[in-house]
Ligand binder design. Structure first.
Ligand code: CAA
Ligand code: NAI
Length: 239
């Protein structure tokens, strides 16, 4: 199950998981874009792909989404808490509404989705939860008080859940992408992106595949003894 998968990193990850034989449920709040993603990911309608309209910020909506998936496939092996939004502004100008909406989706959304799949994973005594944090949750960023708070919070929840859920056979890890080429970067001025590339040891921005590969690793049995970690996928920007 991948949240926020109607476009960007989540949609690309869905493509990668499908190509590797997984059954994939993509969830997103943007129903039109989700339907388009469904057609794009599976033009023939033959792949094990489920599109589920759901809002991670709404607990009831996520309970319903998990029910849809378990009714279809009976289990949830992997949850990727990938949905996220930005509402950037400097601290002096940030509105309470923008603070609350980013916390609601990027922090509480991760709580909602994880709590919704927990009974299923607990009864399986196996599961992998992958939370999408950000380089910004690790080292902060100008204009992102709300986003940094949420993404740091995601790291705190990741470590807490790794400790709580390990005995149930569930691993919990976070991926902290660096600046990655998706529509989310559209609001970032070009000169800031140039400066980021310059400061990055590997001298480029991230690709959607870079992040998808990290998701694939953490979802796989190759990562069976990895839990509570924050995997930076940022070209070495945070060293
Ligand atoms: N790093 C360093 N300096 C930055 C900066 C950044 N990321 N963003 C803004 N600044 C600096 C500006 O250069 C400017 O400096 P000067 O006063 O010296 O010129 C100062 O902050 C104020 O910036 P603005 O004049 O642009 O002020 P504004 O109020 O019009 O806008 C802003 C402020 C909304 C923060 C805007 O600058 C902006 O959108 N910055 C980009 C923020 C950003 O990096 N967002 C990441 C989005 S992608 C994402 O979130 C994914 C992820 O996980 C990485
Ligand atoms: P994106 O903006 O391209 O895609 C995000 C998706 O999440 C969209 O399809 C959107 O409709 C969906 N979404 C938003 N609110 C939702 C909600 N309430 N419920 C369900 N779905 C919702 O973003 P991108 O770049 O693909 O980001 C994916 C994740 O990676 C996010 O968590 C983001 O914060 C994180 N990230 C992105 C980086 C980047 O540079 N692009 C860097 C670090 C982290």
């Amino acid at each position: 199950m991948i949240t926020g998968a109607a476009r960007g990193i989540g949609k690309n990850a869905a493509r990668m998981f499908l190509a590797n034989g997984a059954k994939v449920a993509v969830c997103d709040v943007n129903e039109a874009q989700l339907a388009e993603a469904g057609r794009d990911l599976d033009p023939s309608g033959a792949l094990p792909l489920l599109t589920v309209a759901a809002n991670v910020a709404d607990r009831a909506s996520m309970d319903k989404a998990v029910k849809t998936v378990t009714e279809k496939w009976g289990r949830v092996d992997v949850l990727i808490n990938n949905a996220g939004i930005t509402r950037d502004s400097l601290l002096a100008k940030m509105s309470e509404a923008d603070f609350d909406s980013v916390i609601g989706v990027n922090l509480k959304g991760v709580f909602n989705c994880t709590q919704a799949v927990l009974p299923v994973m607990s009864s399986q005594r196996k599961g992998a939860i992958i939370n999408t944090s950000s380089i910004v949750g690790v080292y902060g960023n100008v204009g992102q008080t709300n986003y940094a708070a949420a993404k740091s919070g995601v790291i705190g929840m990741t470590k807490t859940w790794a400790k709580e859920l390990g005995r149930k056979g569930i691993t919990v890890n976070a991926v902290a992408p660096g600046f990655t080429m998706t529509d989310m970067l559209a609001t970032v001025p070009e000169k800031i992106l140039d400066a980021i590339k310059e400061k990055t040891p590997l001298q480029r921005l991230g690709t959607q595949d870079d992040i998808g590969n990290a998701y694939m690793f953490l979802a796989s049995d190759a990562a069976a003894f990895v839990t509570g970690q924050v995997l930076g996928v940022d070209g070495g920007l945070v060293i």
